[in-house]
Design a protein around this ligand. Sequence first.
Ligand code: ZN
Length: 242
Amino acid sequence: MNNRYSRHISLKEVGDQGQDRLLKKTIFILGLGGIGSPAALYLASSGIGRLVLNDFDLIDESNLSRQILFNESDLGNLKVDVVKKKLNAINSNLKVDTIDEKLSVNEYSKIISKTSFVLDCSDNFETRLSISQAAYESNIPIIHGSAIRFEGQLVVFLNNGKGPCYSCVYSDNEWLENCQGNGVLSTVPGLIGLMMTSELLKIIFGIKSQLVNILLLWDLKDNTWKKLNIKPNPNCKICSRC
Ligand SMILES: [Zn+2]
């Protein structure tokens, strides 16, 4: 293990203890598309202990431009099955559980309450709200990431018993669009997935995240990065009622 993760262990912020901490963590990843693929890939190679992967899609030709874990021979297969196989080829010590169906908020809560962190790499508003509510009610931290056209964004919520949460940010009418009808440049979700994993690794290693309750907005065309402070919304249906 020392040789495999020597570049991590050499970092004074990580060391043996940090790497060992990573091995003991379980991460729930929702969505194995353009964001979830690179996120899962780097978590596996970084030495995470266990992943719980949730996606019910089959691999389609239109996925190949950006969902980098898949190749032509995978077409028509379940994403979770292919990802599990590929991640274990990279890291045979990694434990991978797969869920190939859409879950209710209660079902999500039950599963993620046994995990350390959630990466929301889903591609639709309804699913985001469900996983956000489940993570908030289970007190499990979550990173949401999304990408469309030339734009990407991510935000971290620690869910330690108080808001804000994802529902504070978006009203019911926003982010109904997804990349299917609007398009996305192949590298944009890739970068967002890597940033989500990077932020997660920082938090596990005890390095303060600068994106807690802060929405980071990236516009590739202008190459601008903006940060928005997210405050608890007193009318939020999720975090204001607790
Ligand atoms: Zn809220």
